[in-house]
Design a protein around this ligand. Structure first.
Ligand SMILES: CC(C)=CCC/C(C)=C/COP(=O)(O)O
Length: 295
């Protein structure tokens, strides 16, 4: 866990360690093939770090201060080493000179953590807005997958027109697709929920210990787009649907369940999930044909 950025990953710290390791390796590289080989595979010994400048930071600075010089000096020694090792200095240059995108991403994540912590005003009963927590939890349930699936099944069952059934069938498929896609992304990214979150959420899967993206936000964006497209609603109701979607997203951060970027990405993902549902739209006639073929 990186304390500065809060991602569930050792990426940052590992990258730093790897950079120091490679910097050390680069130094040892020009000395002898055996030494270089050893330093590539191990964490640098304190002794070696000391020779380079007493601490990992100075070792890293030293290694990055002159990429050209490093490249030049190592290419001389590279002739004495294997082709695999010849590629290393190039790689060092890329890793040790952080790109603009890398810095921008780190800054965004730091801002994200800071903002999410400040907005998590209902994370506990005794938080500054703790009295609003019960209301936020009602909004949370309104965006949960189980009520959405239950209501969709009920409407499908009650619908007396083929068109209504088709719409509800596709909403049901959309909700199932959403659960699967969100689960996959959460399992891949594995970002931990904010530390101020209390894990007292109604009915969740094990993958829901991860926070990126917010499943409530994907469902809110996809569901709102779906309802606004397929139901004939009066203008005030349309506004209410949009307002509800925004509130669901906001409540995730206020309850401390998510960071802002989890919700922002969730909205984006839900928006595009709806486009996917439209592209894969299943008609009842098509479904009956498919069932006929299968049966
Ligand atoms: C059990 C079903 C059908 C869906 C799980 C709903 C759930 C608990 C999603 C997690 O949402 P966040 O990622 O926004 O916390």
């Amino acid at each position: 866990m990186c304390p500065a950025l809060g991602w569930n990953s050792e990426m940052t710290s590992c990258a730093d360690r790897a950079a120091v390791q490679r910097a050390t390796a680069g130094h040892a590289f020009s000395q002898s093939k055996n030494n270089a080989g050893r330093s590539l595979n191990r964490t640098p010994s304190p002794h070696l770090l000391q020779r380079q400048g007493s601490d990992p930071t100075s070792a890293r600075l030293r290694a990055s201060e002159s990429p050209t010089r490093r490249r030049g000096s190592s290419s001389a020694s590279a002739s004495a080493t294997g082709p695999q090792q010849q590629q290393l200095p190039e790689e060092d240059c890329m890793r040790l000179n952080p790109s603009f995108a890398g810095i921008a991403l780190r800054s965004l994540l730091a801002i994200d953590l800071w903002m999410s912590k400040r907005l998590g005003v209902c994370a506990e009963e005794d938080s500054s807005w703790g009295s609003v927590r019960p209301l936020m939890k009602i909004i949370e349930i309104s965006g949960h997958g189980i009520p959405w699936i239950a209501v969709t099944l009920y409407c499908m069952w009650k619908s007396d027109s083929a068109a209504g059934q088709e719409i509800m069938l596709n909403l049901l498929l959309a909700l199932l697709l959403d659960v699967v896609l969100v689960g996959i992304v959460k399992a891949l990214v594995r970002r931990r929920r904010p530390s101020h979150n209390r894990m007292d959420m109604f009915a969740s899967f094990s993958v829901d210990r991860y926070s990126f993206p917010s499943g409530h936000a994907t469902r809110a964006a996809m569901g709102a787009r779906f309802l606004l497209t397929h139901l004939v609603l009066a203008a005030p109701v349309r506004v209410l649907v949009l307002l509800w979607a925004v509130l669901v997203g906001l409540s995730r951060v206020m309850l401390g369940r998510h960071n802002v970027t989890d919700v922002a990405f969730g909205f984006l993902m839900g928006y595009f999930q709806y486009s996917l549902v439209e592209a894969l739209w299943v008609s009842t006639a098509g479904l009956q044909k498919l069932l006929g073929v299968l049966g």
